[in-house]
Structure formats: structure tokens, C-alpha cells
Design a protein around this ligand. Sequence first.
Ligand code: HEC
Ligand code: HEC
Ligand code: HEC
Ligand code: HEC
Length: 455
Amino acid sequence: MPRRAAARDPFYLAVFAEELVRAPAKRAAIERLCTRCHAPAGSEELAIEGQHLGFDDLTAGSSPAAILGRGGVTCSLCHQIDPANLGDERSFSGNFTVGYQRTIYRPYRDPTSDPMQLIVNFRPTFGAHMTSAELCATCHTVIVPGPYGDVVEQGTYLEWRASAFAADRTCQSCHVPTVDEAGRGITTPVAGFPAGLRPRSPVGRHTFVGANAYMLELMADAIDWVGAGIPAAELHSAARSLSHLAGAATLAVERIAGDAFTVRVDNLTGHKLPTGYPSRRMWLHVEVDVAGSTIFESGRVDDVGRLVDSAGQVLPLQPHRDEISAADEVQVWEARLVDGAGEPTHRAMDARRYGKDDRILPAGFAPSAIDRARIEPIAVIADSSFVGGSDTVTFRVPGLATGAIVRAALMYQTLAPETVDAIAATPTPAGVRFVELARAKKQAPIAIVRATATL
Ligand code: HEC
Ligand code: HEC
Ligand code: HEC
Ligand code: HEC
């Protein structure tokens, strides 16, 4: 997602508006929290004056802070984050500090500083922290104060530091790659002005790609409403750049004894799969064909994107599964928040805990004691094949014949259609707008990776 869209994301604004309506007494605290990472430049502008950016100002205001805020995660905000508290618990949940010496941090030791200093009065300065995961940790560790205590709404950085990747692969190595699409190292001047700047290497492409193409497409369809000066073509092309996803996982199908086969998913990312906002979900769509006709299917969706059985009946929430033997059983990897009454909720500020978190662990998963309590899997009972780096699901299909063809796909969805319905239940203007956009654009799940095998 181009970081510039972070404050205009219609899903974000819908949930933000809902949190405000649900807890009007906490308005200022919620506004402070929800603008800190999504509209950080506007948030910072007012924070230094002891004020904060409000929802109405963010969405419709014309103050300098509102305009900065709508710019999302801006270039200068990210490049001005100070190294002082990075890596510290206190830097999480948007508590990055911004220096006011007009310093722009960059990953090079010998910046050419005259042009920036003369033209925009910023001093380019070497900052080793620009290439550290702790920079990203500030916004990618989202701990929300709920009515029952802290809830780790997003633990992407904590997941990463518990993984084998913490040893040698930063977030940047995958999300700000220093190689081009063909895998060649990039060497280029980093600015076109003034002419004759010496070429640099490495140079990181600011792709920041995740699987959330759906929201980009929604925004491209409502470009006037989105504003923020992002052309629709840019959003469409960003949504199409999903080649990165192929690197997220691999699938392997293998016949085992009896009428059974296994599908193994290996997580190749540096965090849980899926990670990030807890509305994300992933499941296996598996079809078995014998002599040209389909004898078994699990993980089908209807035309709205809801999981259904073979008769088209919408399925209830699925527990974690190690074995599947019927069309109304699906393995869905997801993190589901529940409220004080144990009911599912999509709002972190209402949540007590996770009722389920069986997102596939990153390789080498070994959290420290303090992180174990925050990111350990939940409700993954007696599944010895759920291990660091992978999960294997066994399918038992009566009548499975040699020569049967198994087609498996790992499917991803930004949010379940049921979550759109849940948002519709509290009709705020931003919520109504989001629900309209989401219902007008059916969410086709994305196949992250596919595999076909003849048994
Ligand atoms: C979320 C944080 C983030 C945002 C937003 C961001 N950058 Fe960067 N930028 C980085 C990181 C991290 C690196 C270092 C990448 C590496 O070398 O591994 C970098 C490196 C660079 C470099 C190369 C090194 C240098 O300083 O000359 C340039 C140029 C640059 N960014 C410009 C931009 C511009 C222009 C924008 C806005 C369009 C932008 N950045 C937005 C994080 C960010
Ligand atoms: C100032 C806060 C901030 C910092 C620092 C930051 N991010 Fe983010 N990032 C965000 C927000 C907010 C979003 C969600 C955008 C939205 O809702 O549209 C996001 C989204 C993303 C996504 C998902 C994009 C998608 O299409 O799903 C990736 C990947 C990502 N960030 C990587 C990084 C990396 C890597 C770093 C460190 C170099 C970093 N971010 C630093 C705030 C930040
Ligand atoms: C080994 C490569 C790798 C590393 C290291 C890595 N990521 Fe990712 N990340 C990926 C891939 C591939 C995806 C796409 C799959 C997806 O969206 O779930 C992804 C997805 C994401 C998303 C979007 C999740 C979603 O579905 O909304 C965010 C946010 C993100 N990464 C942030 C980070 C941060 C922060 C770090 C470091 C703490 C990091 N990543 C480290 C490969 C990596
Ligand atoms: C500490 C930083 C931080 C804070 C504070 C924060 N967010 Fe986010 N939010 C993020 C990041 C990072 C992502 C992107 C994760 C991903 O792509 O999976 C995100 C994503 C989202 C999304 C999903 C957007 C999409 O396109 O799928 C919603 C909705 C959202 N945030 C709502 C809120 C609300 C409401 C608040 C206030 C209660 C809030 N956020 C506070 C960092 C933050």
C-alpha cells in the first residue's frame, strides 16, 4: 500500500469513526491514538504544541496539520525519525520521536548535502537506524489499551524478532529491496538534481508491498473521495504489483497412507502469515478431481467472498484444523479478537483477548518470555504439524483413487465480508461510505500460491 494512503484508507476511517461513536468519553485519547501512525506528520505537528489531530480535521479540515495528516506516512516523517528510543518498548505503538534539527536520515555515510540544505533546508545525515527493523517497529507493534488491559492488535515486529530472520534479514531487506525486479543490485544517483550526482548502491526500492491490494482497488474506484493527490492509475498499478506475494509461501501436496494426502504450507516471510491487521485471513482451497469430475472441495467462497460448503451454505467460524474430511471444514489461518463476553469483535478497543490465533509462524519461532505472552498461538490444540515456519493439513477423502488430481491454493483476504456487515451495524458517515464501497466491489480472494499434484 503506498504509505501516502494510510490516512485516507476507507477501512481505517470506518473503524476509527466507530471507535469514536462507541466511546465518546474517550474521544481525545482515541483521536490521538488512531492518527499517530496513520497520519503521523499531522499528529506530530500538533503534538509539539500539546494538541492533537481530530477526526473531523483529519477528514475535512484545511489546517496545515490536517493537510500533512492526509499525506499519510510521508517521506520526511519517516526519514526524520530519531534513533534515540528505537528498539525500546517505549518506542512501540507510534512512540517514535522526531528530531527538530531539520535532519533527514539516510543510509549513506557521505551524503551530498549542499542541494538539500540550500533548497529545503534539511541536512542529510547518516543514520544506521534507517536500515534497522526497529525503525519499522515503532508503527508495526500496535498495542492498544482496551477495557481489560493491553491488547497486542499487531505484533509484526515482535513476531519478526522471535524468528530466525532477526539474525540477518531486516524488514527492509524484503520490503525496501535493494535489487530490481530481475534480482540485480541497484546502482543509481538518488536524485535527478543537481546533475552529475554520483551513483549510489545499495538503493532501496520503496515498495512496501503487502497483500492488501483490495483496499488500493477500493480507493482507485473512489479517487475523488480519497483525495490525498494519489492518481487512480498509481493505485491500480500498485495493486497489480503482487508478484512479491509469490515469495510469501510455498505449498506441497503429498499422498499418505489410506485415502489421504497432506498439504503443507511453508511461511517464507519474516513474521506470521498473515501478519499485520487482525482482519487478514488465509485458507486452503482444495479440490480433488477423479476422472474429470470433482469429488471433494474445501475452502470455496460464494460471490461475495464468504466461505461456503459445497451446497453454497455459508460456514460458521472455523476452529483451527489439523485434519479435514468434509466440505464444511476449512483450515483458516487467522487472528480473531473476542470481547468481554467472548463474542468476536473487529475493534481492538473493545477486545479482551484473542479467541484464536493460528497464523502460520515464521521459521525459527522462539519468542522471549515477555513476547511469548503477547504473540503465542491461541487455540491450536494438539497439532504437532503446526511448527515454526510451517503447518501441514491432512485431507481424508473417501474413494481417493490413484491418478486423482489435487488442486490446492493458499487464499488471502483483506477482511471477511462478515466484518463489513459488522461495521454496517454502527452507521457512522465514514462507516456507511466504506460499506458502500466494499459492497460495490466484491472481494475476490487472492491466491498467494497454487500447487497441483497427481496422486
Ligand atoms: C516508512 C518509512 C519510509 C518512508 C515513508 C520513505 N522512506 Fe525513503 N527510505 C526508508 C528506508 C528504510 C531507507 C533505507 C533503505 C535501505 O537502504 O535499505 C530509505 C532510503 C531512501 C533513499 C535512499 C537513500 C538516501 O537517503 O538517499 C531515498 C532517496 C529515499 N529513501 C527517499 C524517499 C522519498 C522521496 C520518500 C517519499 C516518497 C521516502 N523515501 C519515503 C524509509 C522510508
Ligand atoms: C510512522 C509509522 C510507520 C512506520 C515508521 C512504518 N510504517 Fe509501515 N505502515 C504504516 C501504516 C499506518 C500502514 C497502513 C497503511 C494503510 O492503512 O493504508 C503501514 C503499512 C505497511 C505495509 C503493508 C502494505 C500493504 O499493502 O498491505 C508494509 C509492508 C509496511 N507498512 C512495511 C513497513 C516497513 C518495512 C517499515 C520500516 C522501514 C515501516 N513499514 C515503517 C505505518 C508505518
Ligand atoms: C523474508 C522477507 C520478509 C521480512 C524479513 C519481513 N517481511 Fe513483511 N511481508 C513479506 C511478504 C512476502 C509479505 C506478503 C504476504 C502478506 O501480505 O501477508 C509481507 C507482508 C507484510 C505486511 C502486510 C500484512 C498484511 O497482510 O496486511 C506488513 C505490514 C509487513 N509485512 C511488515 C513487515 C515488518 C514490519 C517487518 C520487520 C519487522 C517485515 N514485514 C519483515 C516478507 C517479509
Ligand atoms: C502503532 C501504530 C498504529 C496505531 C496507533 C493504529 N494503527 Fe491502524 N494500522 C497500523 C498499521 C501498521 C496497519 C497496516 C497493517 C497491515 O497492512 O496489515 C494498520 C491498519 C489498520 C486497518 C486496516 C486497513 C486496511 O486497509 O486493511 C484499520 C481498519 C486500522 N488500522 C484502524 C486503526 C484504528 C481505528 C486505530 C485507532 C484505534 C488505529 N488503526 C491505530 C498501525 C497503527
